[in-house]
Design a protein around this ligand. Structure first.
Ligand SMILES: *[C@@H]1O[C@H](CO)[C@@H](O)[C@H](O)[C@H]1NC(C)=O
Ligand SMILES: *[C@@H]1O[C@H](CO)[C@@H](O)[C@H](O)[C@H]1NC(C)=O
Length: 204
């Protein structure tokens, strides 16, 4: 655990804190997700589970491991409602991310059946159906899963993307942090991320 001096700007006040840096903070900063996507790192890590394959924060995964929507586990409070998002800030390529962020998954009004249980996207209202990573560059993309706490069950005035095919144009240039601010979401209360890159072509 590293200690670092942090300065956050919060409603115009500058707050300086010296705290122990957790793994999730360290990884979100060293990967530059802070500041590329978020001002501050998630408060904790969440367990992102692809059919039994649990993501180790910051690891590189094969495209074939993330085809199906994952479940997400966190210390969910069954009284609260949550938003789950997955974004790629490196589309179409990390060097020229003109589509930043690409919205892979967005589910709102998610509720956990019991404390700490894992949730499926089906436990909420889907605003963007899960679209599995398909990076178009050999350079790795960051795929970031975030959970925010909502003020309660809410109506979201957003386009609803129910299918995967042909929906790409509706998914580009999303800003998860702006979305959170617009709907007064708290957090991210947890996060995780992994890398994927275009399958290398093997030439003989
Ligand atoms: C991941 O999901 C599988 C079911 O697909 C489950 O058996 C396993 O316990 C889960 N792992 C964790 C760490 O939650
Ligand atoms: C967010 O909070 C502000 C201030 O309390 C309120 O005016 C606004 O309506 C809220 N926005 C939403 C989308 O609930």
């Amino acid at each position: 655990m590293k200690s670092l001096f942090k300065i956050y700007s919060y409603f115009g006040f500058v707050i300086a804190l010296t705290v122990a840096q957790s793994e999730v903070e360290e990884k979100f900063i060293s990967s530059k997700i802070v500041p590329d996507v978020l001002n501050i790192p998630p408060e904790a890590s969440c367990v992102v589970n692809y059919s039994g394959r649990v993501v180790k924060i910051g690891e590189t995964l094969e495209i074939s491991k993330t085809l199906m929507e994952p479940s997400v586990q966190f210390d969910f409070d069954p009284q609260e409602f949550y938003t789950i998002a997955m974004v790629d800030p490196d589309a179409p390529s990390p060097n020229a991310p003109a589509m930043r962020e690409f919205k892979h998954w967005l589910v709102v009004n998610v509720q956990s059946s019991s404390q700490g249980a894992s949730v499926q996207g089906s436990s909420g209202d889907t605003l963007a159906a899960y679209m599995s990573p398909a990076p178009l560059s050999p350079a790795p993309h960051r795929y970031i899963v975030l959970v925010y706490r909502q003020p309660g069950r809410m109506d979201f005035d957003e386009p609803i993307i129910v299918k995967t095919a042909g929906s790409s144009a509706l998914r580009t240039n999303f800003k998860v942090q702006k979305f959170a601010e617009k709907y007064n979401l708290t957090g991210p209360v947890c996060g995780s991320f992994f890398y994927e890159q275009m399958n290398k072509v093997i030439s003989l």
